[in-house]
Write a protein that binds this ligand. Structure first.
Ligand code: NDP
Ligand SMILES: CC[C@](O)(C(C)=O)C(=O)O
Ligand code: MG
Ligand code: MG
Length: 343
């Protein structure tokens, strides 16, 4: 079994006396900055003037421009959107990246796909939480944590691995488990997971189930409860106790249906298409398409965002959720949908 690091395995004194700049204050940025600060580390946030700057100040953090923060810090964690990182890195981070500093990422995308080529005299590593940033913060506040991967790309100081582990502990991830990987493995598996299973696979499955029921004449509200709302309750059981734990709670009828019908939905053809998706990631075809889409100012991305917002499941869901205020976490914790559509 691979070595999984926990709090007791990690000496976080390596972060003491070091200034950490968290560049970006979005989903991951706000969580890293606040968790590190709560554990007594010296954190500054680097962002541009605007919404994030104001929010970080309201949260009690020291805020500077990206350039100032990169100049001031020993450890520079880049938590900007992947597609924005290269431009900001070249203009505002690189000038402050002197020998002996650490350049850190939460996803290997730009280094692995050669968009950012770090100088040879700095440590380069990643600490990638395996969960959405808002949950990195929320679980931390509740005393728990989100697991993370770490990988060392360049170790000039001889301490990159230990600093990476200390950082992972500083954001609460070593409460849940921290696993060593490479930039290649992290990048390819993260892209695969979000495309085939966690985001792409799941949203397509939910919509297909919803549409099948509605097209057969069943009530849309019922289809929403069945195919989307209840999904969280089922996944919570899998999260707590695995597939068998979930199956323990459902009826035997449901379990038999799971066994006989599940493989009819996700079959060998589905798996073959998953392999195609993985190949596109491994060959860089996906990355190239995404970078080009951004160079063109995201025409297809924006069109799909609008189209998806108009899907019947979203309209019905908005109405039903307005009657269940308890399902929604603190408003300030929600990443605004508009942000991703407009940026
Ligand atoms: N989202 C997640 O949960 C996960 C993300 N990751 C990785 O973490 C990294 C960050 O992703 P994520 O947290 O989703 O990013 P977000 O989209 O949430 O980042 C938004 C932040 O970046 C700032 N920003 C955007 N453009 C600029 C710019 N040109 N100059 C200065 N600041 C800018 C925004 O500031 P403003 O308000 O001014 O626009 C905002 O503070 C990525 O590498 C991603 O792959 C890894 C694991 C999970
Ligand atoms: C699953 C999506 C993710 O990889 C994540 C939250 O881990 C991301 O890039 O946001
Ligand atoms: Mg991920
Ligand atoms: Mg990802």
């Amino acid at each position: 079994m691979a070595k999984v690091y926990y709090n007791q395995d990690i000496n976080d004194s390596l972060l003491q006396g070091k200034k950490v700049a968290v560049i970006g204050y979005g989903s991951q940025g706000h969580a890293h900055a606040q968790n590190l600060k709560d554990l007594g580390h010296d954190v500054i946030v680097g962002v541009r003037k605007g919404k994030s700057w104001e929010q970080a100040e309201r949260d009690g953090l020291t805020v500077q421009t990206v350039k100032e923060a990169s100049e001031a810090a020993d450890i520079i964690m880049v938590l900007l959107p992947d597609e924005r990182q290269t431009a900001v890195y070249e203009e505002e981070i690189k000038p402050g990246l002197r020998s002996g500093k650490s350049l850190v990422f939460a996803h290997g995308f730009n280094v692995h796909f050669n968009q950012i080529v770090p100088p040879s005299d700095v440590d380069v590593f990643l600490v990638a939480p395996k969960g959405p940033g808002h949950l990195v913060r929320r679980t931390f506040e509740s005393g728990a944590g989100v697991p993370a991967l770490f990988a060392v790309y360049q170790d000039v100081s001889g301490q990159a691995k230990d600093v990476a582990l200390a950082y992972a502990k500083g954001i609460g991830s070593a409460r849940a488990g921290v696993l060593e990987t490479t930039f290649k493995e992290e990048t390819e598996t993260d892209l695969f997971g979000e495309q085939a299973v966690l985001c792409g696979g799941l949203t397509s499955l939910v919509k297909a189930g919803f549409e099948t029921l509605v097209e057969a004449g069943y009530q849309p509200e019922l289809a929403y409860f069945e195919c989307l709302h209840e999904l969280k309750l089922i996944v919570d059981l899998m999260y707590e106790d695995g597939l068998s734990g979930m199956r323990y709670s459902i009826s035997d009828t449901a379990q038999w249906g799971d066994f006989v019908s599940g493989p009819r939905v996700v079959d060998q053809d589905t798996k073959a298409r998953m392999k195609d998706i993985l190949t596109d990631i491994q060959t860089g075809k996906f990355a190239k398409g995404w970078l080009l889409e951004n160079q063109l100012n995201r025409p297809e991305f924006s069109a799909i965002v609008r189209q998806e917002e108009e899907h019947q499941i979203e309209k019905v869901g908005r109405e039903l959720r307005s009657m269940m205020p308890f399902v929604k976490a603190d408003k300030k914790e929600q990443k605004e949908v508009v942000f991703s559509a407009e940026n």
